[in-house]
Structures are given as C-alpha cells and as structure tokens.
Design a protein around this ligand. Structure first.
Ligand SMILES: *[C@@H]1O[C@H](CO)[C@@H](O)[C@H](O)[C@H]1NC(C)=O
Ligand SMILES: *[C@@H]1O[C@H](CO)[C@@H](O)[C@H](O)[C@H]1NC(C)=O
Ligand SMILES: *[C@@H]1O[C@H](CO)[C@@H](O)[C@H](O)[C@H]1NC(C)=O
Ligand SMILES: *[C@@H]1O[C@H](CO)[C@@H](O)[C@H](O)[C@H]1NC(C)=O
Ligand SMILES: *[C@@H]1O[C@H](CO)[C@@H](O)[C@H](O)[C@H]1NC(C)=O
Length: 447
C-alpha cells in the first residue's frame, strides 16, 4: 500500500518536473513547442528519445540535449527511488507524504559579501561523508547573463533551480552544458573554484597529473589532473551528505519544486548580513565597480534615483522577501528553512554551527569543530579578499570604520524594512557608527 502510494507520487513528481523543464526550455527555441506538446500529451518520459529524433538532429549544447539528459536521468532515478522506498516501509512519511531517502542536502543561500565562503567551510570541512560544491551556478550565470532571451529573472531562476536539482541528484550533465569551453568526455580543467571543494580534490576524484604543465588544474593541497565529472558524480552518489553554497538564487519561492522533489531531502539555510556592512565590503572587494559610490561619498550627495541605488534596493528587497517566505513557514518549507545572521556566526561560531548542523540533521563532526576552532580563534592574517581565515568577531565589525556615514544613511533609507526585519539598528550620527561600545545588532531569535 505505502509503496504503491509513494510510487504514484513519484510519477506525479516526475511528470511535474518534466513539464517544468519543458516550460523553461521551450522559451529558448521555437521547434521545442511542438516537441513539448507531444511530450505533455503522452506523459511518458521513456519515449523521449524517439520523439526528439523525429524533430531533427541536435547539437551537444542545445536545450533539447539538456532536456533529453534530464528526462533520461529521471526515468533511471525513478527505479532507484522505488527500491529505496521498499526498503524503508517502516519510516514515517514527511509533511508532504513522501518517504525521502537517507541522504541529506543543504543549500546555503546567500548574497555576496555575507561570509558565505566562510560558512560554506563549516560543511565543506565536515569529513568524508560530505560532498560540497562552491558556486556551481557561476557557470550558468556567465553563459546566460549576456543571452538576451534568458536575461529575464524568471527564466534564469528556473534554470538555476533545475541545475541545482540535478546536482543534488549527483547529475552533472545539465551543469556541463554551461561550462565553457565544453568538457571533453565529461572532463574539464575549468570548473569554477574546484579547489574550494574538498570532495573534488581528494581520492578518487583527484586523478594523477600526467604532464605537469597545467598549473591551474591543481588543488590547493595536492596536484590533480583535470576534473572528471563522471568520477565526481560517482563520488557524490557514494556520500550521505551534500552541501551547495550559492549567491545566485535570489528568491526562495523559486525553489519550491526542488524542495518538494521526493528524491531529495533539502534543507535551506539563508545567510544574511547587515546591508551597510555588505556595501562597505563590496566597495573594498570590487573597488573599480564601486567608483560611483566613492565619488558620492566625497560629494556628500547621493542621487537616489540612480541605477546603482536602485540595484541596492532591489538586492535588499529580494533578501527580505525570501526571508519573509521562509519565516512564514509555508507548508512546503516546514522544518526546511533556517535564517542565520552572519553577525551571530561571527560572535558565536561554534554555537551557531551546532545549531545549523542540528537543523540539517547532519552530525556535527569533530573535523568541522576543529576547523571552526582553528579559524575563528587563532590570530590569522587576512590573506586576501576571498579569504575565509579571519578573526571573525573582529572582522564582522570592521565595516563601521570603512563606510562613510553618508552611505550608511543611504543604505538605511533604501534597505530600512530589510534592516528592521533582521534586527540591524539604525545610526543617526557618525559617532554612533564608529563607537564600538554601541552594538548595532538587536538580539533576535528567528527559528
Ligand atoms: C545527426 O548527426 C550525427 C552527427 O552529426 C549524424 O551521424 C546522424 O546521422 C544525424 N542524424 C540524423 C537523424 O540526421
Ligand atoms: C520574463 O518571462 C516571464 C515568463 O515568460 C514573463 O511573464 C515576464 O513578463 C518576463 N519579464 C521580463 C522583464 O521580460
Ligand atoms: C572518467 O572516469 C570514468 C569513471 O571512472 C572513466 O570511465 C572514464 O574513462 C574517465 N574519463 C577519462 C577521460 O579519463
Ligand atoms: C580576535 O579579535 C578580537 C577583537 O579584536 C580580539 O578581542 C580577540 O583577542 C582576537 N582573537 C584572537 C585569538 O586573536
Ligand atoms: C561610546 O558610547 C558609549 C555608550 O553610549 C559612551 O559612554 C561613550 O562615551 C561613547 N564613546 C565615544 C568616544 O563617543
């Protein structure tokens, strides 16, 4: 009974995912609408290959190919899932009536300069049962941000979600379509920040370097050949836990189909930070892009209808709206959403890490504990703008001395509701801004 029920739900989910995939891909090519009509009518993923053949030849990188891969993977994983649920008949279904597998996935959702690399390490350092990816969506953004037909937040968000969904299922093929130059036989030397992922730099994913001429193939701790994504996928399947950190998902509600995928057990941690600190940090890290802000600071005048200011407001609004969705605990997100402030992590790293691990249901390993101890308490020289090795409590407050008061005021004006929601106190004068004995953080409990 139970098994039949969950099988039926799986079928529904698969049909739903196919339709979502089709709807997104349809927008990219005209001939696709004919294909999708046929597919939706038949609702049988198994027949896809023939259907695609009927409509002509495809090149490796076409959206059709992406769809084909997606669909073929879906029919394969359906079988796996059915077996899984048979083994787990004793287990209780979750809120949505699904029997999820034993694997756990964590999505660390952040924006740039919120300390997400640092917090990502809490999971990256967990140990050998963890598979971790650092900003895989970088490739998607780079390829699509300039393509006008995809330069639409709604379409892009759907593609981000589908790539994440496949990655969480250990399927790299949708991501491969966005890696440039294209991987050869699923092997690439160009995966963005591969070295930030321990699982891509250890055996067996780290393959020997045959000719020692490709410096950039090397991981930090050891020298590895170019990345074989087939090996990465196999390694991924052998691990019980999976974390992905991303700064590219803007709206939490676009992830609903991913969270509801019965083959996954996704928990989302949204990491936020004081928007004044984010601006200050961006002005240092992306110095040339923020020339206008610097000029405004010197003038003492900020044109509030400028595109830059609107972008800042847009960012703040997206972060707030995502948090509002998460905190309102909709049915699909129940027990799957956690909001964390960077400032709390900087002050109490161990306690916050423990809370995050508890929320995810992943045991807090001694390796992760040791890494956090080592990287928050010892004196470390900040070794670069992307460095994760910082004296975190000191680092978290540094912005107060680098942001001109005029700019802090602008942020307070356009990001006011966001700051209120997260408990960041406003300052009315420069002395308060730079007086370290005044905390700008309200104590707040979110979850
Ligand atoms: C599709 O292209 C491949 C290689 O370009 C070719 O071998 C094959 O015959 C083509 N198939 C059709 C149906 O045109
Ligand atoms: C983006 O695409 C969606 C769905 O096709 C459409 O409703 C929306 O109007 C588009 N937005 C823009 C800004 O083009
Ligand atoms: C990548 O790894 C797979 C799985 O072990 C192997 O079959 C394949 O030959 C490797 N590819 C290359 C180009 O070495
Ligand atoms: C980290 O920085 C804080 C604030 O400046 C300081 O009190 C603390 O001693 C530092 N910790 C270490 C281990 O250097
Ligand atoms: C900083 O704030 C504290 C508490 O309000 C106050 O006692 C102190 O005088 C202030 N320091 C400066 C330099 O203004």
């Amino acid at each position: 009974m139970l098994t039949a029920n969950s099988r039926m739900k799986t079928k529904y989910a698969i049909v739903f995912i196919c339709i979502v995939a089709l709807v997104i891909i349809e927008k990219e090519s005209n001939i696709l609408s004919r294909v999708s009509d046929k597919l939706i009518k038949r609702q049988t993923p198994q027949q896809t290959p023939q259907t695609i053949q009927e409509y002509g030849n495809t090149t490796e990188n076409s959206p059709l190919m992406v769809l084909k891969v997606l669909l073929s993977k879906l029919s394969v994983t359906e079988g796996n899932y059915t077996n899984l649920s048979e083994e787990q008949e004793e287990e209780e279904p979750d809120d949505l009536g699904f029997y999820r597998g034993g694997r756990k996935q964590v999505l660390l959702m952040a924006t740039t300069r919120t300390g997400s690399s640092f917090v990502g390490e809490f999971f990256n350092q967990h140990g050998e049962s963890m598979f971790y990816l650092f900003e895989p969506l970088w490739h998607v953004e780079r390829m699509l941000a300039t393509a006008t037909e995809a330069n639409n937040g709604t379409v892009l968000a759907g593609i981000y979600r589908d790539v994440l969904q496949a990655l969480f299922l250990c399927d790299f093929s949708p991501l491969e379509k966005f890696i440039s130059p294209p991987p050869q036989d699923h092997v690439t030397p160009d995966l963005f920040r591969r070295e930030s992922s321990l699982s891509l730099c250890e055996e067996p994913v780290c393959t020997p370097v045959i000719k020692d001429v490709f410096e950039r193939y090397h991981c930090k701790t050891r020298r590895c050949g170019p990345l074989n994504l087939t090996l990465a996928s196999e390694s991924c399947l052998s691990k019980q836990q999976y974390a992905i950190k991303t700064v590219r998902v803007r709206q939490l509600d676009t992830l609903q189909p991913l969270v509801q995928d019965p083959r996954l057990d996704v928990k989302i941690i949204q990491l936020v930070r004081d928007p004044r600190a984010i601006l200050a940090s961006r002005m240092v890290a992306f110095s040339s892009k923020y020339q206008t802000w610097k000029a405004w600071a010197q003038d003492g005048q900020v044109p509030e209808d400028d595109e830059e200011v609107k972008r800042l407001k847009g960012n703040c609004d997206h972060v707030r709206m995502s948090a509002e969705v998460g905190l309102s605990q909709p049915h699909w997100l129940r027990k799957r959403y956690m909001l964390v402030r960077y400032e709390d992590i900087a002050r109490y790293p161990m306690q916050k890490a423990e809370e995050m691990y508890k929320f995810t249901g992943i045991p807090f390993s001694s390796q992760a504990r040791e890494w956090i101890l080592k990287n928050t308490q010892t004196t470390q020289v900040a070794s670069g703008i992307y460095s994760t090795q910082k004296n975190s409590s000191e680092q978290a407050e540094k912005w107060r001395f680098s942001i001109p008061f005029t700019l802090a005021q602008v942020v307070q004006k356009v990001c006011g509701p966001t700051m209120k929601l997260f408990g960041y106190k406003f300052v009315d004068d420069e002395n308060t801004l730079i007086n370290k004995s005044i905390s700008l953080l309200e104590h707040k409990q979110f979850n």
